[in-house]
Structures are given as C-alpha cells and as structure tokens.
Ligand binder design. Sequence first.
Ligand code: TXA
Ligand code: MG
Length: 355
Amino acid sequence: MMITMLNTLKITAQDLNKPEIAEKLKATLLSGGLVIFPTETVYGIGGHALDPLAAAAIYAAKGRPSDNPLIVHVACFDQIDALAYREQAYIDALAQAFWPGPMTLVLRKKASVPQGTTGGLSTVAIRIPSHPVAQAVLSLVDVPIAAPSANLSGKPSSTSFSHVENDFTGKVDVLIDGGDVPIGLESTVIDATGPIPVILRPGAITQEMIEAVLHEPILDHSESLVDGAPKSPGMKYKHYAPQARLEIVSGSDEDLLIFLRQAIAIDPKVGILGPHEVLDQLEGGTHLDLGSRAHLDDMAHQLFGALRALDDQQITHAYFIAIPDQGVGKAIMNRILKAANHQVITLEETSKGTL
Ligand code: TXA
Ligand code: MG
C-alpha cells in the first residue's frame, strides 16, 4: 500500500468546544479518517468501527498485522446490543462495577461489526472509556470507534502527547492533546463469552477486584498458550520493545545492588529501570526511576515513558528490576516480560553457599 503523508491537525481538548472543530472532527471520523485521542489507559488511534476501510487505515498507520483485532469503544452501555451478544449474566455485573473505565470485554459479535475490525474473529472486544476527551469524541460522532493503542506496532503504548506526536504526525488526520493519561497501562481484557470470565490481558482492574464483585473465582490466561497460539491474538507479537537489549533482574535488594554495581562497572551508561528504593543506593548507570514500589499505580504510570526514554537516550543495554507479581504488579510484569522478550535473570540468595 502506498503511504501518503497527511496534513495532521493538532488540537487541544478545549478545542472540542469550538463548533467548527467539532464538526471537522465528526466529518473526519464519519468519512473513514483517523483521530488520536487520550483515554484513561493510553492514547488510542481511532476510526469508524463499522467501516472496514477505516479499520484497514488503522492497521496501515500502526504497521499492525491485520489478524490482531481492534478494541471497539462506545460511549454508553445501550450501544452494546447493536454490536454483540450479552450471553453471560456476569457481564452486566462487571459493566456496572467497572464501566466507564479500564476494562474491555470480549463478546460474541453481531453481523454489524465487520471482520476487518475483529481481525477475522467471530468475537469483538468492547470498552466504555471514562476519560472525558474519549467520551466527548464518542458522543460527538455517535458511532462506535475502533481504537487500538496509539503506538507503532511493537513499540510501547503512548502515555503522553509527545509520544503520539513522534509516532503519528503525518499519518493520521487529527491528534488531540489531552496531556498525560491517568493510568498508563492498557485496559484489562476479559473473555466474557464463556461461563467463567477469563483475563486475557491484565490491567488496572485486577483479578482480585473482579472476584470481589462476582463473589467467585475467575481465570487468568494472560500467559497461557492454547495449542501454541495465544488466546488473545495480540499476545503472540513482540510488544513494547525498546531498541535496547532489555533484561529483567530479580532478587533481594542486597543481591540486586551487588549485581547492578558490577553491571555499571562494566557499562557506565547501562540503563536501570526500577523503584527508587533501589536506584537511590546506586551511583552511575542511567537511572529510569519509576517511583516508589509502595505505589505500584505510579510505577505503572511511568513504565511506557521510561521504555521510550531508553531509546531517546540511545541506551543499548538495560535492566528492569522485577516487582512482585501481584495486583497491578501483575500487569506491569506482563508488559515488561514482553518488552524483554522473557529474558529474566534470577539472582541466587547471597547467603547460599557462604557461611
Ligand atoms: O486500554 C486499552 O485497551 C487501549 C485504549 C486505546 O482503549 N487500547 C488497546 O488496544 O490497548 P490494542 O489494540 O493495542 O490492544 C487490544 C488487545 C490486543 O491484545 C488484542 O489481541 C485483544 O485486545 N483483542 C481485541 N479483540 C479481541 C478479541 N475479539 N478476542 C481476543 N482478544 C482481543
Ligand atoms: Mg497495543
């Protein structure tokens, strides 16, 4: 496909209140154009979800494989029945508890949703975002909007406006500047087609939160492979990867410090991503401080920006200090394991073998 450079219009969230800009935005989306807007999770690259040509344009702009389905965003719950079947009783309970918000439900699709949007699948992923700018865009056009994360395929998702400006100027019709997004990790994706909900991608809405609402255990298949193929098509691709060789390092603080001091001695520029509790005790290296590990939400918020900063600072080798795989930590580790291509160094206890 020939890629032509577009004249990208950059607007602010406040500009949406101007009638001429609102009209232009609406006309752009209804005629198959692409608009990047902030959501509470990450920025999304949006197009008309029921227009297969708009979906094709999204895949082309991202450089994304066309078998990796898009998430369809709607403004409110009433719009879902036109798109998908609500077959399980727990769907309404989850919707009540977590929408609008960072949750995506995979449902069996109706004929109205083109296979071009769902990557050929008979299911469709649906989300009602809470971000006021996302809500304003959806209400303005009054059609469902397909919006994957606004990053070039394989790169970290975008959490601030500079990220989408870098990746998409000239490739989409409109960019809406909504500043930094509040959460910084993509939504929790849940397969809601069967009798028990199954997490396909962990996010800010955790397994524990869902189980507390449903009063029963659910499943997490976010790391599992079905017949060698991940259940969520997006899981099989390398994701979030910086240019740098990235490795995860796990161990006690004492062992981490010994290991990282050696690494800095070998490569004084080596990148180190992690909590400031550990970074504060290190001199040298290139620190990418994710905040305190007592505040996993903050660490989630910093993660993608830090991965992009590795490239900006031309770091060629970096370590990520592992965090506990609990709550939002599970979503952070899910993303970083992909970014690091599952390269994990587990440090032995210092006490082992010594007396
Ligand atoms: O927070 C988010 O979800 C953001 C914002 C923009 O809403 N969107 C987002 O979209 O992360 P994307 O396309 O980057 O990720 C969608 C994920 C992929 O892993 C995809 O494979 C999965 O959801 N997915 C989409 N439709 C699916 C379906 N029908 N069945 C299983 N997985 C699906
Ligand atoms: Mg994505």
